[in-house]
Design a protein around this ligand. Structure first.
Ligand code: TPP
Length: 594
């Protein structure tokens, strides 16, 4: 038996491989991204990036309808985007098994909210599995495909940052053999969800949940671990690990399937313990359902509802409520806090010059999600709103409708290339259609940088590295009805300023495309500016103009004798983008002499 230390995401990919998956589709998003980046290593699986999560799920649905097993992966907010097909997929059911992985991000390590995806399982009426370590990530993924076919339903698998990125030992298995070969089968009553057909399917969906709950009563993935009967804890996923550490003597009902709940098993467990607790991260999802069963249960009045749990945090909460015996191990001592390291755009990031210029022009910037969201931080201070992917353009289109003309001219939407293709295209169509007079800047760095530089339809390559057609963004904007489209190099500050000034003055929608690749793309050397720059310490007057860029390569050196300090460039960080040189009125910044 081969064993391997795998992250949860690697294990989910392995589970998909072992389950005989034929197609996997995803849109990147932390903490889910590495699932597809690992699935693509199995040549038996057709793995690809979709432009957004709705498309990813629909690709998986298509493969399932064709009779193949299919995987779709996304971060929690991606499920919002994919919710439309998901809810009707619950009615059609599947042909080949289909698993949708939703990776939650409690504590918002890299997300704009910390919604609890378990609610989607209940809302869409589909089962949800929740693994507690990498072995379960693999096993539950495999099981998910079996349940999907057995109960004719999509199955959701919920992960979270700690499960996706934590590593543990996994026993590997073989890829299943003998699955039926995919083929086209006409079955309109099941797959065409017109009202007449959907009305027939809905009762089946309800019955399926009853059947799955009964399955959960005896399934091995839901298990009772009896220890002291004083406290009985219902928990699942990573929280199971925290509970084992914080309450080592407690009896536990560990749920592997968090929806639908195994009601009989829960009732049995409740009779075995003196006090019933539900410990769960984020929402009182299990707690409310257990309470609705008429059981007395302690939950969110003790356990925090916001943020991540940890053994230490749990112990503090339980001790406060008098639920932790004095003899219990002390809460984990907090580690020395790390020095704060605020996020920043990289040295040489092609987004920096644009945000500097937007700031100087006093623009009101409706923002979007990507590396460029860092443009809101000082000293750039050039982003005023940020809601969700694709919202920048439609927010701009809405805001100008309530403003007088002189204020309308200040409104600029900024959106990355991946985000534009994700959900920005429809918004630009709306803006063009309704002639909302705002300027849109598409920051084309030819990659999905924020999540770790994934390929996308502007980059010229697929997930597996095959050459792909590159989208012509300017042509796309024109075809949507935008008459004025300029393509500029954002590292040319004068050109950036001129383009913005021109387009912001227009009483109609227009687009500027800032075209320069991310400085971290691996073969970027063929695009980048050149050797590192240095600051001549004689010519530098200490005016600090270059510091307004917030480039991490430029540092301030205070003078020891109380005189004016000077700026210095760290040659190891500088990538020679020259944006700072364009700001220096004293010609003090030049190519470093070797
Ligand atoms: C619905 C949704 N899916 C995925 C993400 C994760 N995510 C955040 S930004 C981003 C893409 C950023 O790429 P791009 O727009 O090209 O900007 P860049 O980071 O390259 O500057 C992604 C995928 C998210 N926040 N929301």
């Amino acid at each position: 038996m081969t064993k391997s230390v795998l992250s949860g995401n690697e294990a989910i990919a392995r589970g998909a491989y072992e389950a005989g998956v034929l197609v996997a589709s995803a849109y990147p998003g932390t903490p889910s991204t590495e699932i597809l980046e690992n699935v693509v290593r199995y040549p038996e699986i057709d793995a690809s990036w979709a432009p957004n999560e709705k498309v990813a799920l629909e690709v998986a649905i298509g493969a399932s309808f064709g009779g193949g097993r299919a995987l779709a992966c996304m971060k929690h907010v991606g499920v919002n985007v994919a919710a439309d097909p998901l809810f009707t997929l619950a009615y059609t059911g599947v042909r080949g098994g289909l698993v949708l992985v939703a990776a939650d991000d409690p504590e918002m390590h890299s997300s704009q909210n910390e919604q609890d995806s378990r609610n989607y399982a209940k809302f869409a009426k589909v089962p949800m599995l929740e693994p507690a370590d990498s072995q379960e990530c693999k096993d539950f993924t495999r099981l998910g495909f079996e349940l999907s076919e057995q109960y004719d339903t999509p199955v959701m698998l919920r992960s979270c940052t700690r499960i996706s990125h934590g590593k543990s030992v996994v026993t590997l298995g073989e890829r299943v053999a003998g699955l039926s070969a995919p083929q086209l089968v006409k079955d309109a009553a099941k797959l065409v969800m017109l009202p007449g057909n959907a009305r027939v399917r809905h009762p089946l969906v309800e019955q399926r949940l009853i059947d799955l709950s009964a399955y959960g009563d005896s399934a091995a993935i839901n298990r009772i671990e009896m220890r002291s009967p004083t406290i009985g804890v219902i928990c699942a996923g990573v929280v199971y690990q925290y509970v084992r550490e914080a309450l080592p003597n407690a009896s536990i009902l560990k749920l592997g399937m968090v929806y639908p709940l195994p009601k009989q098993l829960i009732r049995d467990f409740a009779t075995k313990v003196e006090r019933l607790l539900v410990i769960e991260e984020l929402d009182p999802f299990i707690e409310e359902q257990v309470r609705a069963m008429g059981l007395t249960v302690t939950g969110k009045e003790v356990v925090p509802i916001c943020g991540e749990l940890s053994p230490g945090r749990l112990q503090v909460a339980l001790a406060k409520a008098g639920l932790l015996a004095a003899t219990a191990p002390a809460a984990a001592t907090p580690v020395e806090p790390l020095p704060p390291r605020p996020p920043n755009m990289c040295p040489g990031c092609p987004h920096r010059g644009l945000f500097y210029t937007l700031n100087r022009l006093n623009a009101y910037v409706t923002g979007d999600i990507g590396c460029y969201t860092l443009g809101f931080l000082p000293p750039l201070n050039a982003m005023d709103t940020c809601v969700c992917m694709g919202a920048s353009i439609s927010n701009a289109s809405g805001i100008v409708r309530v403003l007088p003309p002189e204020e309308q001219r200040r409104v600029v939407a900024v959106i990355g290339d991946s985000t534009f293709l994700h959900t920005g295209i429809n918004s630009l169509m709306e803006m063009a259609y309704n002639q909302a007079p705002a300027t849109v800047v598409i920051l084309d760095n030819r990659i999905t940088a924020m999540t770790g530089r994934q390929e996308n339809p502007t980059s010229g390559y697929t997930l597996s590295g095959k050459p792909a057609p590159e989208i012509d963004l300017a042509a796309l904007c024109r075809v949507l009805g935008i008459r004025h489209v300029q393509v500029i190099d954002p590292n040319d500050l004068a050109a950036t300023r001129q383009a913005l000034a021109e387009e912001m003055a227009r009483p109609e929608p227009s687009v500027i495309i800032t075209s320069r690749p991310c400085c971290l793309i691996k073969d970027v050397a063929r695009f980048t500016a050149g050797p590192p720059l240095s600051i001549d310490q004689v010519l530098c007057t200490g005016c600090r103009a270059c510091l307004r860029l917030g480039c991490p390569a430029i540092e301030w050196q205070p003078a020891p004798d109380g005189k004016k300090g000077k700026a210095r460039i760290d040659p190891l960080l500088c990538n020679g983008c020259t944006v700072c040189r364009q700001l220096c009125k004293f010609d003090a910044i030049n190519t470093a002499k070797s």
